[in-house]
Design a binder for this molecule. Structure first.
Ligand code: HBI
Ligand code: FE
Length: 285
């Protein structure tokens, strides 16, 4: 991801270790930053009981990081005890290979800086609120935690196979923007949604987007947009479906995908398990 953009990366990359980790400068966060965290936290915490899956909500409540920017050193013993994952502090976006290496070793990179107050509703790059509030709670779920490790290992393999675009789509449509069927109806587990004030209600309540059953090859062959609400969400039945889908060697899948033109983000295809067909007027033309 870091390689695909020519805008200057935010964050201080000067004092990092070779694996891009830094010490979290926890004592240096200002009172204004802790206050901004509390405001971000309160808004999202008021929405997640209705829109995020139970697994996310249970972990978030157990973590209780409502009081201010969390100290990773306090969270890590709990996370280690639960799933053997740990959080590592990083300056911001990482090169793909470095990112995958961390995931493959059950280390989740969390950006150390917080957005500005002007970015309350929207931020382009991941900051500590997105990385921590969005991603960390589900690392407490054993099946999801295993999926993310498998994803990291797959990423390292994909680098040599010219297949990173495919894997990036899988990450996008699951870890960042995935929906899950539950007994209480559709919910989200995606960190990109969970850290967004607008997309949390939209992804569940809006008639605009498509909601389509999870299909690994379909997802890896579907482009995505990074600057609008998603036009299609993919829905898993449970985290085991996700983990099982990533168990096989993807090498033959990539060979197949290399010969295909990708689908647009809004398309509904003949083989899709359509839970909801999007009503977006944009698509009428
Ligand atoms: N680096 N810090 C950070 N966070 C990410 O989510 C991230 C990254 N580097 C690369 C990347 N994501 C994606 O390109 C991969 O998921 C494909
Ligand atoms: Fe993210």
């Amino acid at each position: 991801m870091a390689g695909e953009t020519d805008h200057k990366l935010r964050g201080n990359y000067e004092h990092m270790r070779p694996d891009y980790t830094v010490d979290q400068p926890w004592r240096e966060y200002s009172q204004a930053e802790h206050e901004l965290w509390r405001r971000l936290y309160q808004r999202q915490a008021s929405l997640v009981p209705k829109y995020a899956c139970q697994e996310f909500n249970d972990s978030l409540n157990a973590l209780d990081c409502s009081a201010g920017i969390p100290d990773f050193a306090e969270v890590n013993p709990k996370l280690k005890a639960a799933t053997s994952w740990e959080i590592v502090a990083v300056p911001g976006l990482l090169p793909d290979k470095t990112f995958f290496e961390h995931l493959a070793n059950r280390r989740f990179p969390v950006t150390v800086w917080l957005r500005t107050p002007e970015e309350f509703d929207y931020i382009v790059e991941p900051d500590i609120f997105h990385d921590f509030f969005g991603h960390v709670p589900l690392l407490f779920n054993p099946v999801f935690a295993d999926y993310l490790e498998a994803y990291g290992k797959g990423g390292l393999k994909a680098e040599g196979l010219n297949a990173l675009d495919f894997l990036a789509r899988l990450y996008w449509y699951t870890v960042e923007f995935g929906l899950i069927e539950t007994r209480k109806g559709l919910r989200t587990y995606g960190a990109g949604i969970i850290s967004s004030g607008g997309e949390l209600p939209y992804c569940i309540d809006s008639a605009d987007p498509n909601r389509i059953g999870f299909d690994l090859m379909r997802i890896m062959n579907t482009r995505y947009k990074i600057d609008t609400y998603q036009e299609t969400y993919f829905v898993i039945r449970d985290f085991k479906e996700l983990f099982d889908a990533t168990a096989p060697d993807f090498t033959p899948y990539y060979a197949q995908l290399h010969g295909k033109a990708p689908h647009a983000p809004w398309e509904v295809l003949p083989g899709d398990r359509v839970l909801h067909r999007g009503q977006s007027p944009r698509r009428a033309a």
